[in-house]
Design a binder for this molecule. Structure first.
Ligand code: BGC
Ligand code: NOJ
Length: 813
């Protein structure tokens, strides 16, 4: 039992029944360019495209309370001031409920017979956030209340906004026109955009100066204007611009009133910038407010959000015996895949939006869970990412979503980055069959005017790893591979340095077995791709690279019971029985097995059994064991974390999913499901006070058994776990695998499952697939019929019907 809420599976909502959740529980609004973070107490902020460069409203991270600042509505009833989402006043409510749904959050608060419902959403394709507001008098006497809305504007560049006060305290500018509050800082000089906070009904007052509304010595919990009951009609000059409307309402018993606030981001197009000196041309914003003020406009916009998600989720739906797997796959996991695709690791309750932009490796992996939803957007993303690759094969590790330019401060030399591009491209090709992407002219970031194709980039990636190898002929690691904290060239003794950026990678000999495994996987993808393209000579060429790397892995990296993780700069093994701590790591077992190592000599099975014996716990698989208890200069950040947290023997959920795929490869569906459930948030509801994060989205990390708080999750929402779990369950466990030849069905399920069904849209046709497991096995398709006709093998021949195709699969020997 979760005392804080429950899944409403039919409504596809998570319902939070009390506001004091163990941590703020977050949702996202928006799916294209305008995004909002919204917690269960209406906290959070909004931005357009880029949480650093175009932030619309303010948020102070790591505040006290942790989540403060957001979309607030103050209700003044007599002398009592309250908020429907409880915070910031925290006045006790008679009733509270928050429903986090797909692209919207609905918060209902009731006190003394006044019920306020706030529905926050961003319609698809729009740059406007809507707060549908409904006030009901649920009692039997008339009620007169006053409402005050509140938003604090960010001066658009979020980093400057919170660091450069000598400037920002003097530049804030606003204009007010009727119920429209326009935030126009820097509009006169360099910006062609502004924000509008408007109300669709006439207002009885407004404020735009924070000092006037909140008071210099007050906080959001006791803001001056709601306490005194009357707006000041302030115009902010410099300091901190805000938006607040006053609305006076009298409601008869049983009566209700509904209207909306809108928060819009507006970019001026061809229209003149100014109406007259210092007065901006507000025509676009004004029209937006008018549009939303028309009867039915708000509900029609919300219907678009619902239709958007109905359509997207319909592409993959399953009915399977495990309720957690069903609800996560059908709804929340896919939903989380959209968030990670859109935001990479930039803006969550754990990522401030001013640090990382889009990560090269992260965004490529996010494609894997997203590509079936909107392949066209995945295509564009792949090309954007590829264009931040350099001609020698390295890549900018991160890039800014607004400019799409690589981040020069962070640079490259994370020697796994480029290989993930092969995986994302292959997943796009297998999903769509659109080979034209390979010819797209994108060029290299360091060669102005270059137009090399995506296929050229893939070859450059493969060539880089083949070339950059160390003394054991294994790939050089550079600053780090997937595990950002295994910094084998860093040797940092200075606390002011970044583990990732310091250290001389030039000439260093540290090598990564994980990259070798990832290379095997990527090379195999390339071989299949070339065969499909009808280029057997290229397929053979890449196969020879594969064979060579496989032989190297088997010769150099087997430790007796598992694969070594790496060789450090001095050539000593990392993740070997000969090490005192960190004897066995998860990543090299996963990638060697997934890349096909150990398949013919029993080592794959042995490596996986070692994972089970040494790393698996009921809370998930620990990254390595034993945890590092001391700082190791030669290993870097990994040994800087206290034991049990993050990369130092935490449960890094992302890489758990690779092991699950490994079990599917080996045909053990019981293990695959058991492991899946160990990190599944929906399965954490009975220990939510320990787990603490949202039960509807995966977290990056769960504290491992060496930690002082084992089982405690952190860093929810923006994690590679989303894409990889969707892949490992939909393609591994349920075995619905897009392939070059068509949709392959190759489940690996628990023996106890009698069967399951999946409806999957693939290349425009919907396949309704029913799988029966009469003899209680994990893996092996005995018979498959497609629209009643028996077919050979387990690949559904492609159909261009665009309609429905009925597929029956029977498992058996
Ligand atoms: C974290 C990693 C992260 C890296 C780069 C480290 O402090 O532990 O998980 O990938 O920073 O941002
Ligand atoms: C989080 C980072 O975003 C990702 O790139 C990295 O692979 C993992 N941490 C593991 O260190």
């Amino acid at each position: 039992m979760n005392p804080y809420g429950y899944f409403d599976d039919a409504a596809r909502e998570y319902v939070i029944t009390r506001p004091d959740t163990p941590l703020p529980w977050l949702n996202y609004l928006g799916s294209d360019e305008y995004f909002g973070l919204c917690t269960n107490t209406a906290g959070g902020y909004t931005f357009w495209k880029d949480a650093k460069l175009r932030r619309i409203s303010r948020y102070r991270y790591n505040n006290m309370p942790m989540d403060l600042g957001g979309r607030y509505l103050y209700v003044r009833d007599g002398d009592v001031v309250w908020n429907p989402g409880w915070k910031p006043t925290k006045t006790a409510l008679d009733h509270y409920e928050c429903r986090h749904g797909l692209g919207y959050t609905k918060i209902v608060g009731r006190k003394d017979s006044v019920e306020v419902e706030l529905l926050f959403f961003v319609p698809p394709g729009e740059n406007t956030e809507v707060w549908k507001t409904t006030i009901r008098n649920t009692g039997d006497v008339a009620k007169s209340i006053t409402l005050f809305s509140f938003i604090e504007f960010c001066l658009f560049e979020a980093n400057n906004d919170m660091t450069n006060y000598q400037r920002t305290y003097s530049i804030g500018e606003v204009e007010v026109e009727g119920a429209g509050i326009y935030h126009k800082t820097e509009y006169r000089e360099r910006r062609n955009h502004y924000a509008l906070f408007g109300c669709t009904r006439p207002v009885d007052g407004f404020d735009t100066s924070r000092d006037a509304f909140v008071g210099v010595h007050n906080g959001l919990n006791d803001p001056d204007v709601p306490l005194r009951g009357k707006s000041r009609n302030s115009i902010g000059h410099g300091w901190n611009p805000i938006g607040s409307h006053q609305i006076n309402l009298t409601l008869a018993p049983g009566a209700s009133e509904s209207f909306a606030f809108i928060l819009a981001y507006v970019e001026q197009g061809d229209e003149p910038k100014f109406d007259k000196r210092f007065v901006m041309n507000k025509s676009v914003g004004r029209a937006e407010l008018e549009r939303y003020s028309r009867p039915g406009a708000v509900d029609a916009a919300f219907a678009k959000v619902e239709a958007y998600w109905d359509n997207l989720l319909a592409r993959f739906q399953t009915e399977c015996p495990d309720p957690h797997a069903s609800r996560m796959l059908n709804t929340w996991n896919q939903y989380q895949c959209m968030a990670t695709f859109n935001l990479s690791r930039s803006a969550s309750l754990f990522e401030t939006g001013i640090g990382r932009g889009m990560g090269f490796r992260d965004s490529n992996q996010d494609i894997l869970g997203f590509v079936h939803m909107i392949p066209e957007r995945a295509r564009q993303r792949i090309l954007d990412i590829a264009s931040t690759q350099l001609v020698d094969g390295t890549c900018y590790h991160q890039y800014q979503p607004l400019t799409k330019k690589g981040n020069a401060e962070i640079g490259g030399n994370f020697n796994d980055d480029h290989l993930w591009l092969v995986l994302s491209t292959a997943s796009y090709l297998r999903e769509t069959g659109d080979r034209s992407i390979l010819d797209a002219a994108i060029g290299y970031a360091d060669v102005p005017g270059s137009t090399d194709s995506l296929l050229h980039h893939l070859e450059t990636s493969i060539a880089y790893t083949l070339r950059e190898r160390g003394p054991h002929r294994l790939p050089l690691i550079g600053h780090a591979d997937w595990n950002d904290c295994l910094n084998l060239n860093c040797f940092s003794t200075e606390p002011n340095e970044s583990f990732q950026l310091i250290g001389d990678v030039e000439g260093s000999k540290a090598e990564s077995v994980m990259i070798a495994g990832l290379f095997l996987y990527a090379a195999r993808e390339m071989v299949s791709m070339y065969k499909w393209l009808g280029r057997p000579a290229d397929a053979d060429r890449v196969q020879s690279y594969y064979d060579d790397m496989l032989a190297t892995v088997e010769e150099q990296a087997w430790d007796g019971e598992w694969y070594i993780r790496a060789f450090d700069a001095a050539g000593n093994p990392v993740g070997s029985k000969s090490c005192e701590e960190g004897k066995i790591f998860i990543e090299s077992q996963a990638w060697c097995v997934l890349g096909g190592a150990g398949a013919s000599n029993g080592r794959a099975k042995q490596a996986m059994e070692s994972v089970h014996k040494y790393l698996y716990t009921p809370d998930g698989i620990i990254l390595q064991q034993p945890a590092y208890s001391e700082y190791h200069l030669e290993l870097g950040e990994i040994s800087s974390y206290p034991p049990g947290y993050k990369e130092n023997a935490g449960i890094f959920c992302h890489n758990n999913t690779w092991i699950n795929l490994g079990w599917c490869l080996l045909g053990d569906g019981d293990r695959a499901l058991e492991y899946y459930l160990s990190i599944c948030p929906s399965a954490k509801e009975d220990k939510i006070d320990t787990y603490r994060c949202e039960p509807y989205v995966y977290a990056q990390m769960i504290a491992g058994r060496d930690a002082d708080t084992p089982g405690e999750a952190k860093n929810s929402w923006l994690t590679g776990t989303a894409a990889w779990t969707f892949l490992s369950v939909s393609q591994g466990l349920l075995g619905i695998q897009p392939s070059y030849e068509g949709l392959r069905v190759d489940p690996c399920i628990p023996k106890s499952w009698p069967g399951f069904s999946v409806s999957r849209m693939y290349r425009g046709t919907t396949y309704n697939i029913t799988v029966d497991n009469p003899s209680g096995i994990c893996q092996g398709v005995r018979r498959m019929t497609v629209d009643g006709v028996v077919v050979d093998g387990n690949v559904i021949p492609p159909s261009a019907s665009g309609g429905m195709v009925d597929v029956r699969v029977v498992l058996g020997a």
